[in-house]
Design a protein around this ligand. Structure first.
Ligand code: 5GP
Length: 201
């Protein structure tokens, strides 16, 4: 039996501090068939972040030029900076049958949902709001003002879970990663994703 299918687009969102970055990183370590899209942003690099690996760090002018050129499948302003998903990487990989992972905010995910109905949308939740606050503080990469802003945003964002297909509570990171891996496996077994063709005898 021969099966023709495009790659799976997996979109992961969740409030800052829910741990989506770690889960996505762990998933990429264990699943070599999935590629992560590298976003463009106007935010300054954090210590240790590399251009082209964590993000493409670009100026506001450059980002706005990319918007005008229709270079993004989605973009949004998150905490006063632009973030966007480059179109070419995503479309080429999906076309070549590769699964593509996007770790993007809710505004971006909803734009993608409008355009790529066949995508899988996963929302990562923290075990509690208290734990979420601790995690944002513990990460220590943001100023006090930034921490408050992210925490307030997280409160509002959690309601958007209803727009996603799946949720994962990130209590234990290994279990949460396993759940994401299982969601992808199950989605790839869905009959409606394939044009099945019986060939041969
Ligand atoms: P951070 O500054 O902590 O790296 O990311 C801030 C937020 O922006 C996170 O919620 C992250 O998922 C989101 N983000 C990263 N890249 C993109 C993107 O390309 N598009 C959108 N809409 N959000 C993004």
């Amino acid at each position: 039996m021969k099966m023709a299918g495009k790659g799976l687009l997996v979109v992961v969102s969740g409030p800052s501090g829910a741990g989506k970055g770690t889960i996505c990183k762990n998933l990429l370590d264990i699943n070599k068939d999935i590629v992560a899209s590298v976003s463009a942003t106007t935010r300054m690099p954090r210590e240790g972040e590399l251009n082209g690996k964590n993000y493409f760090f670009v100026s506001r002018d450059k980002f706005e030029q990319m918007i005008a050129d229709d270079d993004f499948i989605e973009y949004a302003v998150v905490y006063d900076n632009y973030y966007g998903t480059p179109r070419r990487f995503v479309e080429e990989n999906l076309e070549n049958g590769k699964d593509v992972l996007l770790e993007i905010d809710i505004q971006g995910a909803l734009q993608v949902k409008d355009r790529y109905r066949e995508g899988v949308f996963v929302f990562i939740l923290p075990p509690s709001m208290e734990e979420l606050k601790n995690r944002i503080i513990k990460r220590g990469t943001e100023s006090e003002r930034e921490i408050l802003k992210r925490f307030e945003a997280a409160y509002k964002e959690i309601n958007f879970v209803s727009r996603y297909n799946y949720f994962i509570i990130n209590d234990k990171v290994d279990e949460a990663t396993e759940k994401l891996r299982s969601i992808i496996i199950a989605e790839k077994c869905r009959v409606d994703r394939f044009k099945m063709q019986f060939i041969g005898e």
